[in-house]
Design a protein around this ligand. Sequence first.
Ligand SMILES: [Fe+2]
Length: 242
Amino acid sequence: MIDFHSHIIPQIDDGSSSINESIEMLTLSKQQGVKYMVATPHFYASDGTPNEFLARRNRAYNRLSDAVAGMNLPEIFPGAEVGYFEGMSDCDDLAKLKIAGTSLIMVEMPVCRWSDRMLHELAAIYEKNGLIPLIAHIDRYIKLLHDKKIADKLNGLPVIIQANASYFSNKKTARHALSLLSKGKIHLLGSDCHNITSRRPNFGEALEVINSKLGYDAIKRISYNEKIVFSSDKFAAKELFI
Ligand SMILES: [Fe+2]
């Protein structure tokens, strides 16, 4: 399985604090059935350019890759969690922030009410750049999506949805999470792990809940989605659009 959301690269954001902590996070993830991890350090346009961010990310990623070489831990794909910003669809370097090996660009949406302009921006990312917005941790916006107008507009967009594992493992939200997954409104999972203490790898907890409540077919469907977004066919992921 692929953990699509992690702050596994050390000393680049509020995630892992050291190579050793990253190794512990990778070890825990492996024990939970994770074969690949997508590293999604925060990118905020207000903090610098994509090129500046990528230089830092790549340095830290290479350092970690060298440290874990030969350790048989989950393989890491570099990406970014791109904080939504106005005009992002016109940013020349946006494609450089995509998840390696895919056409996905992970977007962290604001927690305020999503305006039409924001939703148009998401559509424009696909139309102008051929990149597919992967909405990070949809579970943070569930209250917003109770607004039928916003939910309906989101349904028509060329986007793919990621949910955090805690959405499934938390008893208060599990039912809703399982319902959205069954309806095909959640495509990919992520731990959003930051460390080995307060926000540790928990991908396996979500898999257990999904397997016990919906059965193995639901896990297979997520695996299928994972394959599709890593397919070399640029248009294959279209079938997942909500
Ligand atoms: Fe995150």
